[in-house]
Design a protein around this ligand. Structure first.
Ligand code: NAD
Length: 455
């Protein structure tokens, strides 16, 4: 049995039967048997099924938001935002699937035709994270199903109830039971799933787990996509609107209690506005309401996983020891639940873990820089490469800096943003492969080359 605990209260909210390794194998075999018939259905039918799924997510919005908040501790307003946002992602996939699936004749002359036709990969494993279960799940299972794949979906053990709701809604919308199969359990069940002879593994989670999955899959010559962590930097130039930049980046750092893969994790500020920026930033963070995630006005809730409290404590202690200035927070809150006080550190540098290791919580370091060159060098001084941003009214300057940044996404005067229309990918320890955009539909397909000679 998997015990589901509420991170805000430690209360046991549910016990869910977990899969065994033998059950995972059976689920794989059933999915393998069911996939061809699903792939043979006209794509318009699969699009209709997904349109019904979208309607269920919309209709059950409040109920799903409450479940999400209860198991993940996400403030309810942010759970609602996620459920609203996922509708736009589903719409994008629904509206673009037919275009991507269409055969392309790339050459036709004197009896010779060359054509690219797209076939599903087959059976794919989707091993998912808890921080945005609807977003990161839908990035995979919606396009995978639309393109005719069967999906073995393992929600995170910290978001199992939401994962099971997703399965229920997909089945009620017309996805056959064995074409979308929830696999329930923790890391060892994820490992069992990754061992099945699937045609692709699509993983969202930490770099440490991503590495294990990549090495387990390496010998099998299958597609592996890894959407991993980040240490996403922002640079605030001296000509930026200080208050607006502070408000925007504070939201980017603390939204979802800092537990976003693309959360702002490092801030570099030009020395001439450093003091003003830090003051404005701290004032913004002091305005964030910490509390019960069920409360409509709560902005910062508990951390989902208790173990992360120790990581944050260690990062803060390391920074203080090396000379950082703790401006607010710095320790767990003395209340029930896994709460860590919103934490801002100034006078930080790259000797400190807080500027190098993913924090994944409500903590941030703000470092002073002399010029664009130093900011660019420091932004690139990381093992990760998910997103990076620059705040300045000068678009040319921002583009010049961002062109030199090694990351999958770059932002000008915005941050912590994902669009279904754009590819979502990471470099270095942030992963391999991509989701979203039309490339994120194509990634579930295998282009087959047809050489057709009529004479
Ligand atoms: P995690 O790596 O602990 O777990 C992710 C999933 O892997 C879970 O379902 C877990 O049960 C499973 N798992 C654990 N060990 C496994 C193993 N040995 N084999 C197979 N599966 C295993 O990560 P998490 O705590 O769920 O998520 C947080 C991390 O995810 C952060 O680093 C965050 O930045 C990253 N993330 C990245 C993106 C992105 O799009 N790049 C999005 C969301 C989260």
């Amino acid at each position: 049995m998997l015990k589901i605990l509420n991170p805000a209260t430690h209360a046991l909210i549910a016990k869910v039967p977990a899969d065994t390794a033998a059950a995972v194998k059976q689920k794989y075999q059933a999915a393998r048997a069911a996939q061809p018939a699903w792939a043979q259905r006209p794509s318009t039918e699969r699009i209709d099924v997904m349109t019904r799924f979208r309607e269920q997510v919309r209709a059950r919005h409040e109920d799903l938001a409450k479940i999400l908040t209860s198991e993940v501790g996400k403030p309810i307003a942010q759970s609602r935002n996620e459920l609203n946002g996922v509708l736009g992602r589903i719409d994008f996939f629904i509206n673009n699937a037919a275009k991507v699936l269409k055969d392309e004749v790339v050459f036709a002359d004197r009896g010779l035709e060359e054509k690219i036709a797209y076939e599903p990969l087959g059976v794919v494993a989707n091993i998912s994270a808890w921080n945005y279960p609807y977003f990161v799940g839908a990035n995979v299972f919606v396009p995978a199903l639309l393109t005719g794949n069967a999906v073995l979906y393992k929600p995170s053990e910290f978001a199992t109830l939401s994962g099971l709701e997703i399965a229920k809604m997909l089945h009620a919308s017309g996805v056959p039971q064995d074409v979308f199969v929830a696999v329930v359990g923790g890391g060892e069940i994820g490992a069992s799933l990754a061992r099945q002879p699937v045609d692709g593994i699509f993983f969202t989670g930490s770099y440490a787990t991503g590495r294990k999955i990549a090495s387990a899959a390496a010998k099998r010559m299958i597609k592996v996509q890894l959407e991993l962590g980040g240490k996403d930097p922002i640079y605030v130039c001296e000509d930026a609107d200080v208050k607006a930049a502070a408000a925007s980046t504070a939201d980017g750092a603390f939204y979802n209690t800092g537990q976003s893969c693309c959360a702002v994790e490092r801030i570099y500020v030009h020395e001439s506005i450093y003091v003003d920026f830090v003051d404005a930033f701290v004032a913004t963070v002091r305005g964030f309401k910490i509390g019960d995630p069920r409360d409509d006005t709560t902005y910062i809730g508990p951390l989902t996983r208790k173990a992360q409290l120790a990581v944050l404590k260690r990062q803060v202690a390391d920074a203080k020891k090396k000379g950082a200035n703790l401006l607010m927070g710095g320790k767990p809150l003395t209340r029930k639940g896994h709460y860590f006080a919103p934490t801002v550190l100034s006078d930080v540098d790259h000797r400190m873990e807080i500027m190098r290791e993913e924090s994944f919580g409500p903590v941030i370091g703000i470092q002073k820089v002399n010029d664009d060159n130093e900011a660019t060098r420091l932004m690139n001084d990381t093992a990760y490469g998910l997103t990076a941003g620059v705040y300045t009214p000068d678009r040319e300057r921002a583009e010049k800096i961002l062109a030199q940044i090694k990351s999958g996404s770059v932002y000008w005067n915005c941050c912590d943003r994902v669009s279904p229309r754009l590819p979502w990918s990471g470099l270095k320890h942030s992963g391999i492969g991509l989701t979203l955009s039309t490339y994120g539909i194509q990634t579930f397909l295998r282009p087959k080359a047809w050489h057709l000679r009529s004479v």
